[in-house]
Design a protein around this ligand. Structure first.
Ligand SMILES: *[C@@H]1O[C@H](CO)[C@@H](O)[C@H](O)[C@H]1NC(C)=O
Ligand SMILES: *[C@@H]1O[C@H](CO)[C@@H](O)[C@H](O)[C@H]1NC(C)=O
Length: 458
């Protein structure tokens, strides 16, 4: 007799910061439960993946590699999701790139940092999966057929060791997703991978207590698709701003906060999962990450959707100063802590907050900075006096801040905000600066829902 098993993987990704280790959960979770020996409800061996971000792409490749045919559905006109926007990198501990830079790390150290970051919400089993398999996940991306360049490593907020990997091109999210999208071509060519864009899944079809397919809408037409299993890789709901949406339900306090998310992140997958006859349990739905550094575009300061300022800007020595030119926090702190500190600054009437990058940081992130300057989001100042002028301050107000930070960096004094990790930058009032005004933005809902449903097992 067939005993039906439904697998749910609900992954709360913490500590990442910058990106996206989604593929890890998806990849591992999927592969460890989908041995080709499993008996299937349908004999077509067809897997339906909903969502074409890094998670869905990773799931699609994994299923394909294990002999399944794959239908990848994305409601957007093109694949990539929010993953394409990841601008600082992907975390991994114990990688060859770290070794090449002389960085000693371990998955245990990564787990400890993640555990500390998660606080009372830590789920040890998920942290273990995320961290212990992070190096393998990065290897999967950087080896053939994907060959993603992840050779640069930096230390970002919440990490005790540099472990955020990116490539020389400066756009790691794009590099990862585009490599995975391109590598779908051979599967598409032999007909075992089908990508359907503009397809919004509206229903999970259930038969005998298992999911047996989906119904989706495409150009106003309703269509259905049967499969052996359905994988939800649909991302979060950081852009579900409607009055009846998930933000209103779980985090009404954030409805007015700008977002850095694409408008497509509306929690469709969560709704689908909750609509099953045996609804999926949704955990930690109120855990919405507010990223401290969204750019305030001088051309449209009130825009609700903002461009994200890469976390790597702080990781590369960027300072945060208030309207008096004073620092107010450890720039290398965790995102939630930096955001809370910025909110206090705003409440005290000392906004806007500016992010100030020196020449070494600008050089380390040249591709990013050229892009931001080109978009008018960062401004070049010839020297500190120019910035002081724009802020209506005396040169001394800023030079005091910079000189104090230099002495913390050299270890001559202790940073009053507890900063211990410093980039190799000393501020010189005669050197140029790159400066942006920033504000917290709803970033991602750190809940990645991965469900593989419908598989049966003897
Ligand atoms: C991780 O934390 C545990 C428990 O606090 C500690 O014993 C261990 O030494 C830490 N490991 C690393 C590599 O920091
Ligand atoms: C995880 O963090 C908590 C504090 O939030 C701590 O009590 C616990 O020892 C940590 N666990 C490990 C394995 O380090």
């Amino acid at each position: 007799m067939l005993r039906r098993r439904t697998y749910f993987f609900l992954a709360l990704l913490v500590g990442f910061l910058s990106v996206v280790v989604f593929n890890l959960y998806h990849y591992q979770g999927f592969s460890s439960n989908s041995e080709p020996t499993t008996r299937h409800m349908s004999d077509s061996k067809s897997i339906i993946v909903i969502g074409g971000g890094l998670a869905g792409l990773s799931a699609a490749h994994t299923a394909f590699g294990r002999g399944y045919s794959v239908v990848l559905l994305d409601k957007q006109p093109s694949l990539g999701g929010n993953s394409v926007k990841a601008s600082s990198g992907i975390n991994g501990a114990g990688t060859p790139a770290q070794t090449a830079h002389g960085i000693v790390d371990s998955s245990e150290a990564f787990a400890n940092d993640t555990n500390a970051s998660a606080g009372p919400l830590a789920r040890p089993a998920l942290i273990q999966t995320l961290t212990a398999q992070s190096a393998a996940a990065l290897a999967w991306l950087s080896e053939p057929p994907f060959n993603v360049d992840l050779s640069l490593v930096s230390r970002l907020g919440g990490h005790s060791i540099p472990r955020t990997h990116r490539g020389k091109g400066g756009a790691p999210g794009w590099a990862m997703t585009s490599a995975l999208i391109k590598a779908l071509d051979p599967g598409k060519a032999d007909g075992r991978i089908q990508v359907i864009n503009g397809a919004r899944v509206v229903k999970l079809v259930e038969r005998d207590g298992a999911v047996s397919g989906v119904e989706y809408e495409q150009q106003g037409e309703r269509k259905s698709l049967a499969g052996t299993a359905v994988i939800l890789a649909t991302g979060g709901y950081a852009a579900d701003f409607s009055t009846t949406g998930l933000l209103a339900q779980y985090r009404p306090d954030l409805l007015e906060t700008p977002t850095a998310s694409g408008g497509h992140a509306t929690g469709d997958g969560h709704r689908l999962a909750a609509s099953l006859n045996s609804p999926a349990a949704l955990w930690d739905m109120d855990q919405v990450q507010v990223h401290p550094t969204g750019f305030i575009d001088p051309a449209q300061p009130e825009a609700h959707t903002k461009f994200l300022a890469a976390e790597a800007l702080r990781g590369s020595g960027g300072l945060l100063i208030d309207s008096k030119g004073e620092r107010f926090f450890d720039e290398m702190g965790r995102r939630d802590a930096v955001t809370a500190a910025m909110q206090k600054v705003a409440e005290a009437g000392r906004g806007p907050v500016r992010l100030v990058l020196g020449p070494k940081g600008a050089e380390a992130l040249k591709a990013h900075c050229d892009f931001y300057v080109g978009k008018g989001l960062m401004k070049r100042h010839t020297d500190t006096a120019s910035l002081a002028d724009e802020m209506g301050l005396h040169l001394e107000d800023l030079s005091k801040t910079f000189h104090a930070h230099n002495s913390y960096k050299r270890g001559e004094q202790t940073d009053p905000f507890g900063k211990v990790h410093f980039h190799d930058e000393e501020f010189d009032i005669n050197a140029p600066l790159l400066v942006a005004q920033i504000t917290p933005v709803v970033h991602y809902v750190r809940i990645v829902l991965v469900m593989m449903i419908g598989l049966t097992e003897s």
